[in-house]
Design a protein around this ligand. Sequence first.
Ligand SMILES: Cc1cc2nc3c(=O)[nH]c(=O)nc-3n(C[C@H](O)[C@H](O)[C@H](O)COP(=O)(O)OP(=O)(O)OC[C@H]3O[C@@H](n4cnc5c(N)ncnc54)[C@H](O)[C@@H]3O)c2cc1C
Length: 485
Amino acid sequence: MPGASAPGGAPVVVVGGGIAGLAAAWELTGGATFDPGARRVVVLEATDRLGGPLHSASFDGTTVDLGPDGFLGRRPEAAALCREVGLGELLMPIGASGASLYTRGRLRTMPAGLMLGIPTRWWPVARSGVLGPAGSARLLRDALLPRQDRRGPLGDRALGPLVARRQGRRVVEALVDPLIGGIHAGSVADMSTAAVMPQLLAVKRRGGLMRALRRAGTATPQGADEPAFWALAGGMRSLIEALATGLAGRGVELRTASAVSAIGRDGQGWTLEVPGGPLEAGGLVLAVPAGAAGTLLEPHEANVASLARTIDYGSVSVITMAFTPELDLPPGTGFLVPRHTPSPIAGGEELLITAGTFLDKKWPHLARPGRTLLRVSAGRFADRRAEQLDDEALAVRVASELGAVLGTEARPAETVVTRWPNAFPQYRVGHLLRVNGIEAAVKRLPALAVAGSAYRGVGVPACIGSGRAAARSVLESLAAGPASS
Ligand SMILES: Cc1cc2nc3c(=O)[nH]c(=O)nc-3n(C[C@H](O)[C@H](O)[C@H](O)COP(=O)(O)OP(=O)(O)OC[C@H]3O[C@@H](n4cnc5c(N)ncnc54)[C@H](O)[C@@H]3O)c2cc1C
């Protein structure tokens, strides 16, 4: 909808300078092809840095990511945006496949034939030893004496219980929760299947789940197919920098340290309270966390505020380490640690670490002879132990847990601790009902849309897609004129 005119020529304002907000600004100015007739765009970011968790730093002489270290290749949005901003040649495919699970006292290779952690074949799982004899026997029942699925009228179910009913509790604890719960820093006990794995609700209710998933043809066996993930040679920060440069070149005003404290209606437009004085906006994209969007919209759509506030956030700490000389690591990109795994140190207390990534195996462009780069995550929703330790204590604790998991006395030569408070929205059962409610309420407001990880996917590609879709929706609303709102 290039060049649609706003009341008084006021700019379209994007609130939130994370990847969703920057992608929205990119789309507002024409997307792949700059539209010189596009309306003026202003991006307002509360902190002093654009990009949110897409943040990289120089570490042991290498640029490493401190937040997301890559993105799914199967979804096109992120790689497409990288190419649009001229970073196509910096896209690096993942360099290893497979991973391990730290379970039943040691690292075990993740079995083949999993679909986001859900087994589609019995034998590879049984042979891997990740479930133990009782768990493997219970999984076999899914093939021999399958339980019928029960579904309520809402069209959604909690993912963990849904899988447990058909494949047993152990499958959920050892595989599904570490994989899917881990991606969201949450728990599959109350996670929305419709939001995170809708294909599971589409498979046959009768018969075994393994068979149904195989028949649906949705299994993605470990190590098969094309590289599933991309990284950027200059780190994810290079995407933010390229976007910021490209947007500035398009005349977009990028303001950091500009928290929006309130928004008011101004006829068919908006007035924003920002440091330095009020700002008029012809259209608005709110690319902020759900709670912030709720607070800003409360005076205009109380429904949005109450729905948005039900979306909780989990916090994570990332500890990046360099080891010299290099470590002897198991194959694959890293390991996952199921919840409630007793620590082999610290008197059997639950391990703090939830996952480890072998950075220079996963991303060969980071490799240097004689050194191992590794990062570990700690913390998830309702597990705040990592947040209660200061950086030094956390680094020491994590290094000793890592040593025990990998079976090494080696300690890192360099460590950096990065905290990501309230970074992962929790998609609980009924999440899409909430999101539909928020989006429907927001549609009643003139030229306004919401975007970001709170709604329809936490991954970088999903956030980019949501930012661009929000931009198109605002442009359509502006092009349709006041009657549409
Ligand atoms: C440690 C970690 C690892 C991850 N790993 C991966 C991965 O490997 N692959 C992947 O695809 N995804 C990964 N993710 C997820 C992904 O990075 C995020 O979901 C995504 O970056 C969120 O983008 P966003 O724009 O929605 O939100 P944000 O980046 O949080 O942006 C929202 C912005 O709004 C600003 N804001 C809030 N209130 C206001 C206000 N009132 N006024 C102005 N500005 C405001 C905030 O300061 C923030 O900058 C990871 C996330 C983390 C934290």
